[in-house]
Structure formats: structure tokens, C-alpha cells
Design a binder for this molecule. Structure first.
Ligand code: ZN
Length: 307
């Protein structure tokens, strides 16, 4: 296929409905050769320097990160990925005898590819605001990908969650199981368009190691990063404290209560066993030259309200 905007030649896999030029992001419907009308791009609100600062501030807080990281760090590569999303209007109702009992109406954006070079965490909520119509002249130079998933099938899948919500609300409303009362679910959900979403990939070096991280270019969230690790004093102290306190508690408690040495010995073993999982976790975090940071979607509290 030849791109109508930049003239580049590129291969399009057979099952792809929308083909995106990997060089300029222009998209066409493969069957008709028409340009995709509802093609959006999410604004790149975080330029490379701010994204890199965000990454640094997140990894600096991890256990074992060397103190001189910021002095010795050097950037090796930067890449802007524009990953494809589908945007939908979710509109689901629970209806009883023609009367609406509950509803879910909202716009959502979700991945249009099975795999991306960007490690997007499971359950990551993409914003739906902050998008504008795609225009190859306004986007920064990046890497673009064609969507590979069927938009209708994706909608069916994402709709499930909202159908469940509507049913639950209907149950609360009616005070009985919606299935028994004959509640029906009506869907008017539809596909709104195709969008591309920016993520920074940053490769940096520290001493002899090379590390990779990813930052959301639209809202600056660090989603994943590798980082250098040195076994410092802090984890060593933590480790010793954990070991001694847990064994001592196991040993002393039964001794004090029962004045029984046998129980105390069992307590000692118990204490060691109790501390084992956390020990293993701490040990694996403390050794080795490379650590990994994963965004925990729930903990960060990326709620639907703020997105
Ligand atoms: Zn092009």
C-alpha cells in the first residue's frame, strides 16, 4: 500500500480493516481506500524532557536505586509510540415492560491491538477527553501501528462489564433478581472512531547497564520501568530487623505465656515461616542489578471520574 500523504510504501496484513501509515500516521480503510473520517489523536501533553523527569522521580523512590543515579544517567534512545485505540459510546439499559430501570452511558477508549510494544497495564483507563482530529501536520514524529482487532468484537467484550453493572443496579432498584422479573438488557452502544495515543519509550544507561521505561505522553503517568539496583545498607538493615523481630516474637511470646521451652521452639520455627514470604520478596528486591517498576492501576487510583 502507498500512503496518500507521505507516499511511503508499507505492508498491510490481510485481516487489517484500517491501515495506518507507520511513518506519518495517516489511516485508510483497506477495502475502499478511503481516509478514515473519525480518526483522532490524543494530545501529547508531556514532551520528552518532562516525561523523562517523571520517570526519574518514580524510579528514584524504588528500593536499591543507587543514589548517584541522576548524576550518572544518560539517555540512549527515545521513541514516541502512537498506539491504536477504538473509541465507543457505551449505552446500555435495563428495561422492564418498556420502562427503563437503570442505565450506563459513557464514552470509553480501549486498545485496538492485541499486542503493543508498549507494556500497557491490564485495566489501564485511557481518557476520552483531550483528543483532536488527526492531521499528519500536527503530530510529532512517532511510530504508528495499524489496529488488528475487530471493532465489533472488542465492543461486545467491553460491553459485558457495563451490562453487568446495569443488571446489578436493576436488582437494587427492583429488590429482586432481574432475571426472575423479566428485565431485558437493551444496547445502543456504538463505535465512535479510531484514535492514536502517545507513549514515550525511554532507554537510558547507568554505568554499564541499559534500562527501558515507558511514560504516558498524554497524562504523564509512568507505566513501567527498569532501573539499576545496588545492594545498599537500607535493605540490609531492613532484612536483619525483619529476621530478628519475627523470630524473637515467635520465640518469646510462648515462653512468656506458657514458660514452656518446647512451645518456644515451635514458636521460633513459626516465626521463621511467617517471615519467609516477605523475606523472599525483600531478598529478590535487594539483589540483582536490575529492578522493575510496574504501575499498579488500582493503587494509583486512576478513577474513571478524573479521566
Ligand atoms: Zn504516510
Amino acid at each position: 500500500m502507498r500512503c496518500s500523504y507521505c507516499g511511503a510504501e508499507f505492508e498491510v496484513p490481510e485481516n487489517v480493516v484500517i491501515a495506518v501509515c507507520p511513518y506519518c500516521g495517516t489511516s485508510v480503510i483497506t477495502v475502499t481506500g478511503e481516509k478514515v473520517k473519525e480518526h483522532y489523536v490524543f494530545r501529547l501533553n508531556y514532551d520528552f524532557n518532562i516525561a523523562f523527569k517523571k520517570l526519574l522521580s518514580v524510579i528514584s523512590k524504588e528500593i536499591g536505586v543507587p543514589r548517584d543515579l541522576t548524576q550518572k544517567i544518560s539517555i540512549k534512545e527515545r521513541r514516541l509510540h502512537y498506539i491504536p485505540l477504538y473509541i465507543y459510546r457505551i449505552e446500555v439499559y435495563a428495561v422492564l415492560n418498556g420502562k427503563k430501570i437503570s442505565e450506563e452511558v459513557k464514552d470509553i477508549a480501549t486498545l485496538a491491538v492485541e499486542k503493543t510494544p508498549v507494556p500497557v497495564p491490564l485495566g489501564y483507563k485511557f481518557p476520552v477527553r483531550g483528543k483532536e482530529y488527526f492531521n499528519p501536520e500536527i503530530v510529532k514524529k512517532g511510530v504508528y501501528y495499524s489496529p488488528t482487532l475487530n471493532p465489533e468484537k472488542v465492543l461486545e467484550k467491553v460491553e459485558e462489564e457495563y451490562k453487568g453493572k446495569v443488571l446489578k443496579e436493576a436488582e437494587l432498584e427492583l429488590g429482586s433478581s432481574p432475571l426472575e422479573t423479566g428485565v431485558k438488557i437493551v444496547s445502543k452502544s456504538r463505535y465512535l472512531g479510531f484514535a492514536i495515543y502517545p507513549f514515550w519509550e525511554i532507554v537510558y544507561t547507568y554505568e554499564k547497564g541499559e534500562y527501558r521505561g515507558f511514560v504516558d505522553g498524554a497524562d504523564g503517568i509512568v507505566i513501567y520501568s527498569e532501573y539499576p539496583k545496588k545492594f545498599g545498607k537500607r535493605p540490609a538493615i531492613l532484612l536483619t530487623t525483619l529476621l530478628t523481630t519475627s523470630t524473637l516474637i515467635g520465640f518469646i511470646t510462648p515462653l512468656a505465656i506458657y514458660r514452656n521451652l518446647q512451645a518456644a521452639v515451635y514458636g521460633l520455627i513459626g516465626g521463621l515461616l511467617v517471615s519467609t514470604p516477605s523475606l523472599v520478596k525483600l531478598l529478590s528486591k535487594s539483589f540483582g542489578s536490575k529492578g522493575e517498576y510496574f504501575l499498579e492501576v488500582e493503587k494509583i487510583g486512576i478513577s474513571e471520574e478524573i479521566r
